[in-house]
Design a protein around this ligand. Structure first.
Ligand code: R5P
Length: 291
């Protein structure tokens, strides 16, 4: 009997194959067809029996479609497996981890309930937005860090007196981890996001970044608003180049173009979300955590 079987959802098939290779486990592919009315039909061609089923599926856009695909695979596979683990490298809804404004629903809790109800015994994720989001899932879960992989990539770039910058205070710990691994220092900016319009403002005053290459470190880039505002602010302070290291590059709409226009030299992300900037592979950190 094999210990693990790895099943790749449509959003993470490449990463799932890499994890399967590292675990020396069989890889099982799934197929997704979308009907004209928008419903998805998911087929799993081989059902793993009696092993621990590791289902890999990030929930980036289309978020709900990818989430439902994950839930559907779990509900089918759990009947035949000894246990089901959900590897959700990018965990959508993690930013909805508390009631910011009255009446808001803590949707990450709903996601946790759905995963539990369909049969997930454990969740593994990468650089989840907040510790609170992990707690709100209310199911056994583990978060692994992609910072080491990202740092290794930046060690290959010739940087002038690098400084790590978190665009907000919430990302301080991540930036600190990155800076320690890169053996340099870090600062965190003060950011304000209007909860109604989503608009971002940098509240910090002066920072000493003159002639230094900067690496903005964040868990995710969605619209690019946070990175753009931070870059504009830092450029005014006469820094040298600005690089971006993030785990999850959602880069919705024109985010990439807008970020480049703001003066960012390069965006480096991981393959929790496939794309042009996904230069860092997280399969090792995930499979090591599963072993
Ligand atoms: C916020 O706290 C997060 O860490 C990211 O900075 C933010 O969600 C990125 O979103 P956007 O790219 O739309 O500013």
């Amino acid at each position: 009997m094999v210990k693990f079987s790895v099943i790749g959802g449509d959003a993470s098939s490449d990463l799932a194959k890499r994890i399967a290779r590292r675990l020396k486990a069989p890889y099982i592919k799934t197929e997704k067809n979308i009907f004209p009315d928008g419903e998805s039909k998911i087929t799993i061609n081989h059902i793993p029996k009696k092993s621990i089923a590791v289902i890999v599926q990030s929930t980036y856009p289309p978020v709900d479609t990818n989430l439902l695909e994950l839930l559907s695979i779990v509900s089918k596979v759990q009947k035949f497996s000894s246990k089901v683990y959900a590897v959700i490298p990018y965990m959508g809804y993690a930013r909805q981890d508390r009631e910011f404004l009255d009446g808001e629903i803590i949707t990450i809790q709903v996601v946790g309930k759905l995963l539990k109800a369909t049969g997930v015994k454990k969740i593994l994720t990468v650089d989840i937005h907040s510790k609170l989001a992990l707690k709100q899932l209310k199911i056994s879960s583990e978060n692994v860090s992609a910072m080491e992989g990202l740092v290794k990539h930046f060690q290959k770039i010739r940087l002038k007196n690098p400084l790590v910058v978190s665009p907000d205070l919430g990302g301080q710990e991540r930036a600190k981890e990155f800076a320690n691994l890169l053996k340099t220092d870090f600062i965190a900016l003060k950011k304000h996001r209007d909860r109604k319009t989503g608009k971002v403002k940098i509240l910090s005053n002066k920072v000493d970044v003159k002639d230094r290459d900067l690496i903005l470190v964040d868990d995710m880039i969605s619209t690019g608003g946070s990175i753009i505002r931070a870059t504009q602010f830092l450029k005014k302070q006469k820094c040298k180049r600005v690089f971006v290291a993030c785990t999850h590059a959602l880069l919705v709409n024109d985010a990439t173009k807008n970020i480049k226009n703001a003066g960012v030299s390069q965006i480096i992300s991981t393959n929790t979300i496939p794309g042009n900037s996904a230069k860092v592979d997280v399969s090792k950190v995930i499979s090591d955590a599963l072993k």
